[in-house]
Design a protein around this ligand. Sequence first.
Ligand code: UD1
Ligand code: CA
Length: 458
Amino acid sequence: MRDTAVIIMVAGKGKRMKSNLPKVLHNLAGKPILNYVLDTVDQLEVKRKILIIGYKSDKIRELIGDKIEYVEQKEQLGTAHAVLQTEKLLSGFKGDVLILSGDVPFLTVKTLKKLLKYHQANNFCCTLVSTVLKNPKGYGRIIRDKKGEIKGIIEEADLSTDKKKITEINSGIYCFNKEKLFQALEKVTTDNKQGEYYLTDTVKILLREGLTVGNIIVKDYSEILGINNRLDLTDASQKVYQKTLQDLMLQGVTIVDPNSTFIERGVKIGQDTIIYPFTIIEKGTKIGSNCFIGPYSHLIDADIGKGIRVWASIIESSTVKEGANIGPYAHLRPETVVGKGAKIGNFVELKKTVIGEGSKASHLTYLGDATIGKKVNIGAGTITCNYDGEKKHKTVIEDGVFIGSNNSLVAPVKLGKDSYTGAGSTITEDVPAGNLAIARSRQTNISGWRKKKKEDKS
Ligand code: UD1
Ligand code: CA
C-alpha cells in the first residue's frame, strides 16, 4: 500500500445554510456534521490528516483541537483553490491524496477502503466516487462518452439543459496521485458560471493529458448525500435517529412512538425497557433493563440503573440507582445521585445532591448541595437555602430524619440521625440526633377578635 494523506475541505461558509455558524459545525443528531467525517477518517490508516479551514476557522480549531493539521484558505475561491493551499504542507509527502468534504457525513469506511484499494490496484491518477440520484439537482454531473468512459464533471450551474437529465453525480470524494493532482490544480481556471476554481476540472485536465481516471459507483446513495441547507440537515438527522431507534428495538427495547422519540447514537439501553412518546435521550446516557422512561422526559448524560421509572422529568449528568422513581415534573441537575428505591416526586429540583437509599422527596422541594442519608422523609415545600449571595453551603441530613412540610434549611446546617423538624420551621442551627426541632413562632389565638372588630366599625 502506498502512503495516503487525507484532506478534508471545510473552508466554505455554507451559504445555503443561511447561518452565522460554519456549516460543518451544525448539530446533526447529537454531534457536529464534521465529526461524522473525522470519526470515519479515524478508522483509516493514513499518514497525514489535513483540514482546510477558512470561514470562522477559530471555531473549528476550538472544537477539533490539535489532532489534525490545519491549512487556512483565506479567500474561498473554490474547491481547487482550497486543495492548492495544502501544497506546501505536503511538499515532502509522496503517495496518494484522499479528498473529502466536511459536509458529507454518512460516508463509510468501507467505501473509502474500497476507493483506496481500487485506485492503487489500477494505478489511476484520479479515482472518483459517483452515484446515481433520482433528483440530482445541485450536484456536479459525471459526463461519459458513448463507450461509457468518463470525460469530465460539469457543475449544476454550468450544465446545458439537455445534460441536466444526467443522474450520475459526483460525490466530491476522490483519490489522486499527489504529483499529478498538484500539476493539474495549477491549470484550473475560473472560466465558469460561478467564477470559482473547481476541483472537478482536474478530471478533464488529467484526461486531456492522456492520464487515467477511474471511478467507483456507490449503490447506496444515502451514503454520499451532502448537507447543503437546513432541509438536508433535518433529513439527515431523521435518518440517524431512525437508525438508532431501529437498532435499539432489535436489541429488545420498546419504543412506543418512534416519531416523537429522539435518542442519540451511543446511548445504551437495557432489555425490556420501554420508552414512551415525547422523550429525548442524549449524550451517552446509560439506562438499565426494565425501566419505564417517559412520556415527556429529557435525559442528558444520565446514568439510570435497572427498574427505574422516569415520568415527565429532566435528568442532567446525574445517577439514578435501581428501583428509584422520578417525577412527574422533577428536575435532576448535574452531580445528583438518587439512591436505590428512592422517590423524587412532583415539582422537585435537585442539584449536586445525594439522596440515600429509600429516601423520599415527594412534592415541591428544592435540595441543592445536600447530602441526604437513608430512609429520610423530606416534607412538601422543603427548601435548602444553600446560597448566601456569595457562596454555596452544604446541608447534611442523616439517616432516618423526618423533615416537616414547608421547612427552610439554612445552610451550612446538619440534621442528626433520626431527628425531626416541625412543619414550617426555619432551621438555622444543627439538630442533634433524635431531637425534634421546631423553629417557628408560637401561634396566638385572640378570643373574640372578630366580634370586637365589627363593633369598632359600627
Ligand atoms: C461539490 C462538487 C460537486 C459535487 C458536490 C458533492 C466542486 C466544484 N463541486 O459541490 O461536483 O457534486 O460537491 O457534495 O467541487 N470548500 C472550501 N473552499 C472553497 C469552496 C468550498 O473549503 O473555496 C469546501 C466547503 O466548505 C465544502 C466543500 O468544500 O465542505 C464542498 O463545497 P460546496 O460548496 O459544498 O460544493 P458543492 O457545490 O456541494
Ligand atoms: Ca456540498
